[in-house]
Design a binder for this molecule. Sequence first.
Ligand code: NAI
Length: 338
Amino acid sequence: MLNVAVFDTKAFTKAAFQTQNADGISFTFFEHRLTPDTAVSATGYAVVCCFVNDTVDADVVERLGRMGVGLIAMRCAGYNNVDLEACERHGLGVVRVPAYSPPSVAEHSIALMLALNRHITRAHARVREGNFALDGLVGFEMHGKTAGVVGTGRIGKCAAEILLGFGCRVLAYDPFINEDLAKRAGFAYTDLDTLFRESDIISLYVPLLPDTRYLINDDTIAKMKKGVMLINTSRGALVDTRALIKGLKSGKIASAGLDVYEEETEYFFEDHSDAVIKDDILARLLTFNNVLITSHQAFLTKEALAAIASTTVRNIQEYAEGKRGKALTNGVCARCAR
Ligand code: NAI
C-alpha cells in the first residue's frame, strides 16, 4: 500500500478522491497546508499531494527528501510554487494535472467579465435591500468589442471560442502561434503591444514564469485603451497589483476581475471574516466597486474536481508501478528518479 499525505484539503477534495478507484493507495487528508512548519506531517508517507498555495520550496523539499518522500503529486496544472531544482537535488519526482477542465477556468473568466460589465453583484446587493434603481449599472455590449486573449493554450483557446460566440473580435498573443487553431476558431494573432492598444477586454491565460511575472505593469497599462477591463484567472503575480491600483484610480482600467492575487497564499481558501485584513494592497483592492475578486475558484466545478482526482490517482499509480522521471506521463521533473 502506498501512503499519500494530501495537504490543503477541503470536504470537496476528499469527496472527489473518495469516488476514485484508487487500488493500492491509501490517502490521509490534512486540512492544513504544507509549509516548513507542517512538513513533519509527511513523516511515513511515500507521496505528498499538494495544491496551489502549499509551500514546496527548497527547505520543504529538503525535509521531505530526508523523510523518504519520493513523489510530489500536484493536483493542479501550475507548479510555480515547487522548487524543481531542489526536487532534482533531493531526487523527488513531481507530477501534475496538466489539463483537468479548461472550460471550467475559461467559463469563470467569462463569468467575471459579464458580472463586472453588467454590475451583477452591485445589482443583486441593491435589490436585496429593496433598491431597484438603475443608476450606476450601465454596461456595454460584448458583441463587437475587441477581446485580447493573452495565451492560447488549453484555457485561452476555450475562452477565445466563447468570446467569439459572443460576437467579439478576438486578438490573441502567444509566443507559440497556432495558425491552424486561429483559422479554425476565427481569431487573429497579433503582437502584445497591439493587443494592449486595441482591446476593450484583456484576459490572461498564461503560466507564471520568470518572463511573465508582472506582465501587467505600469508600462503595459500605459499602452492599454482607456476604460479597458482586465481579467486574471491565471496566477496573481502576472499582475503588478500596485500598478493595477494606480490604473484603476486613474480610470485607465475601468474594471478588473481577479480570481488570483499575488499574495493570495495568506488569505485565499480560508475564512478570515472575523479578522482584520492586514494586507493593505488587498484591502485597497476590495474597496473598489469595479473590482470583482474570487478566491481562486475558477477550477471549482464538479467536472474539474473529478478530473483532478482521477489524473492524480493515475499519476500516483504510475509511480507505484515503478515509473520515474520522463516515464511518468505527467512528470515535470525529468531527472528525478528516486
Ligand atoms: P497551457 O500550458 O495549455 O497554456 C499556456 C499558454 O501560455 C501556452 O500556449 C504558452 O505558449 C503561453 N505562454 C507562455 N508564455 C507566454 C507569454 N509570455 N505570453 C503569452 N503567452 C504565453 O496552460 P493552461 O492549461 O491554458 O493554463 C493557463 C494557466 O491558467 C496555468 O498556467 C495556471 O496558472 C492557470 N490556472 C488557473 C486556475 C484557477 O483555478 N484560477 C486553474 C487552472 C489553471
